[in-house]
Ligand binder design. Structure first.
Ligand code: 13P
Ligand code: SF4
Length: 325
């Protein structure tokens, strides 16, 4: 077997990848779930495109036999935890997440020993092992509401994203101990270059994901999850937007509002292309095709870890369902 399954198995130049993926999907009763940070071609072939919350909700309710996750590893792991009897595939096992990597379960467990009477809320961008140490998982779509659903005097540990954590702390006024992690994409945006762009486009609005650093959030006209930024850009009256999150979301923004202009917010280094998530962008049509064809690579989660992690993910889904999110 090739390393990492069959992801890089050669595909003949005569193969129509889009048609073949479509055929295999139907033949195998597979569903393709894609995150908004995927490239446009992947988003367009997916059965469902969404933010982290919507993708986990889809994974929990799908009737497909196979879930192919066009996203990163923690998302596929979450799908496996929610649907353990299904085969969950990811087109490239190396599609990790710098934010999830910034919080190792052993270190998090030691950290939690310092706060034994705290409720542990973890962002979904964590490994299954960290979710197993967590009381309630959250995403950027529901983090504020989940914190607010706890009693006003609840003591809270939040991990692993310090920017999202501080944003929630400021929004809710709740006392929170925050793990010091971050995502390499959202940390790289340059306030100076965003403000230069704003001068060139004075009527534009700045849209920012809460994983961005505070100075960026302070100049943003609207802050939200990927789904929320998309919704805002569709309903709002402006015609130009500077988008401070991973560039993939712009594909859906342009589709929904073809007459509006969307400008990717620039990172500090103009040559690095770091407003693209290098992990998300590991997924290609060719790998997606090989994954469906060979049913490799498959995602597994240790059973005991899965049982514990499922509780914290279901706690999030239950609160979200009650709040209509
Ligand atoms: P959302 O899709 O929840 O906004 O999350 C963004 C993200 O960083 C996913 O990796
Ligand atoms: Fe992780 Fe950041 Fe990539 Fe999202 S954009 S998957 S948080 S590294």
């Amino acid at each position: 077997m090739l390393k990492d399954g069959y992801v890089n198995a050669p595909v003949g130049s005569d193969v129509d990848l889009v048609a073949e993926i479509d055929r295999l999907k139907k033949e195998k009763n597979a569903v393709i779930l894609a995150h908004y940070y995927q490239t446009g071609d992947i988003q367009d072939i997916a059965d469902f495109v969404g933010d982290s919350l919507a993708l986990s909700q889809q994974a929990a309710k799908t009737e497909a036999d196979i879930i192919v996750f066009a996203g990163v590893h923690f998302m596929a792991e979450t799908a496996k935890i929610l649907s353990p009897s299904k085969k969950v595939l990811i087109p490239d096992l190396k599609a990790g997440c710098s934010l999830a990597d910034s919080c190792k379960a052993e270190d998090f467990a030691e950290f939690l020993k310092l706060y034994p009477d705290h409720t542990v809320i973890s962002y979904v961008n964590t490994t299954a092992d960290v979710k197993a140490l967590t009381d309630i998982v959250c995403t950027s779509s529901n983090a504020v509401q989940i914190v607010e659903s706890l009693p006003a005097d609840a003591k809270i540990v939040f991990g692993p994203d310090r920017n999202l954590g501080n944003y929630i702390k400021n929004t809710t006024g709740r006392e929170m101990v925050i793990w010091d992690g971050a995502c390499h994409v959202h940390e790289e945006f340059s306030l100076e270059r965003i403000l230069e762009l704003k001068k060139e486009h004075p009527n534009s609005k700045i849209l920012a994901h809460p994983e961005c650093k505070k100075p960026i959030l302070l100049v943003a006209d609207h802050i939200g999850s990927t789904a929320d930024l998309l919704k805002y850009s569709t309903k709002d009256q402006a015609s130009e937007y500077i988008v401070a999150t991973e560039t993939g979301i712009i594909h859906q923004m342009r589709k929904a509002s073809p007459n509006k202009t969307f400008i990717p917010a620039p990172p500090l280094d103009s040559t690095c292309g770091c407003n693209d998530c290098s992990y998300m962008k590991l997924i290609t049509l060719k790998k997606l095709y090989n994954t469906l064809l060979y049913e490799q690579p498959e995602v597994f989660v240790d059973e005991q870890v899965s049982i514990k992690a499922e509780r914290s993910i279901r706690a999030m889904l239950d609160i979200s369902a009650k709040l209509g999110l």
